[in-house]
Design a protein around this ligand. Structure first.
Ligand SMILES: Nc1ncnc2c1ncn2[C@@H]1O[C@H](COP(=O)(O)OP(=O)(O)OP(=O)(O)O)[C@@H](O)[C@H]1O
Ligand SMILES: [Mg+2]
Length: 112
C-alpha cells in the first residue's frame, strides 16, 4: 500500500475530489495547511490578489491506496490540480506498512 500526500491549490479541491471519486478512491483526508515552495518570500497569485508572504494557504490531501492503484491516483491529481502557474503543489508518495479499519478490525487492503 501507498500513502499519497498531495499539497494543492485550495480552489482545485472540488475538481480533485470529483476526479478521485470517479476513480473509486474509498477515502480521502483533507487538511487546510500553509506552506511555501521555491518562491518563498516572493509574490504568488492567490484568488486574484497578490500576496508577498512566507506562507500561503494550501490544501493537503492524504489517500491510502493499494499499490496497483497508486499510479492512477497520482496521475489524476497531477492532471486535475495543474494550472501551469507557480504554486501548483507537490505530491509525496510514502510506503504504507499497515492500515486498520477500526469498526471491523480488518487490516491491510481490506481496511481501505
Ligand atoms: N520540499 C517541500 N517539502 C514540503 N512541502 C513542500 C515542499 N515543496 C513544496 N511544498 C508544499 O507544497 C506547496 C506548493 O509548493 P509549490 O508548488 O510552490 O512548489 P515549488 O517547488 O515552488 O514549485 P513551483 O515553482 O511550481 O511553484 C508549498 O506551499 C508547500 O506547502
Ligand atoms: Mg512555488
Amino acid at each position: 500500500m501507498k500513502l499519497i500526500v498531495a499539497v494543492i491549490k485550495p480552489f482545485k479541491l472540488d475538481d480533485v475530489r470529483e476526479a478521485l471519486s470517479a476513480l473509486g478512491v474509498s477515502g480521502i483526508t483533507v487538511t487546510e495547511v500553509k506552506g511555501f515552495g521555491r518562491q518563498k518570500g516572493h509574490t504568488e497569485l492567490y484568488r486574484g490578489a497578490e500576496y508577498v508572504v512566507d506562507f500561503l494557504p494550501k490544501i493537503k490531501l492524504e489517500i491510502a491506496i493499494e499499490d496497483e492503484r497508486a499510479e492512477a491516483v497520482v496521475e489524476t491529481i497531477t492532471k486535475t490540480a495543474h494550472t501551469g502557474k507557480i504554486g501548483d503543489g507537490k505530491i509525496f508518495i510514502h510506503a504504507l506498512d499497515q492500515a486498520i479499519r477500526i469498526r471491523t478490525g480488518q487490516t491491510g487492503k481490506e481496511a481501505l
